[in-house]
Design a protein around this ligand. Sequence first.
Ligand SMILES: [Mn+2]
Length: 318
Amino acid sequence: MGPEDGLLRFLRGLKRAVVVPHILVDVDALATAEGMCRLLERIGVKAAALVPERPDIFAWALDERLRVREAPAGIPRIAVDTARPERLQVVGPVDVCIDHHEDNPGFAPLHWVQAAPSCTCLVAGLAEALGVEVDAPLATVLYRGLAGDTQGFTVGLEPNVFRWAARWVEAGADAEGVSEDLQRRSPGFWSYLSQVEQGGVSLDGPVPMRVVGVARGLPERYSLLPYEHALLPNHILPPPGGVLVILQEGSSGVRFRIRSRGLDILPLAHRLGGGGHPHAAGVQMQGVGLAAARDALLAAWDEVVGTSFPQHVAHRDR
Ligand SMILES: [Mn+2]
């Protein structure tokens, strides 16, 4: 389903706009923000991306010239790639919500929520509806988001991923340049990764699960760039047909990054108070350490495997 006429009319009528991605930005959030700004410019709208906090490791993913750190007053706001209003980089209402998270309730008066491999696919959908041709620079930005949300084409590899990728490469996207930017890591990263992997545990059962914990202070010991430790899911795969959970201990609690290959993990994420995509979800648990987070995970896991993954229960009975 494409965007509604009301949304297109609103976008065409704009003079200026601010595009707002989610907190703890990732490559797709930044690429979508840039893609929206570029698309809006093409229809005569002056647009900027509101990104107060942007880790150095992702500096390549958003053109710095489009970036503002404070929300200008009185300018319409367009939320992108964000499933919940409380996860936006700005407090207060937004006018439009463009998102590819299936569990997004559509939290703005005008919204377009549509499942897609990356939020940049929706920017492409808007471009088509608005009659804007995706040229090579825009194609590169859109491809960037797709590469980001598939973790460099390693997970969530449904046929649509390659349809979009082919379309943008045909339009002139610099795919190899995007890969190079996406894979760049500081030297300490690889020893950090092997340290983290050695500490992981694998649980067998009807659905295999791999859990790795990252203790507070570990990324600092390897002199990682800020946020570089957030790139672990790009390097550790879930077991086939199963789930990977990365637990990262911080000063205020534990962040869960849940990934799967071919399994809907939203029931698990929701059970733990988080959300996201069927194959990539997150949870932030306040005021706990690694041990308590692991206990909560295992308790939720037992319940969810018993109730929400019937195909695997059936498999066990066979
Ligand atoms: Mn995304």
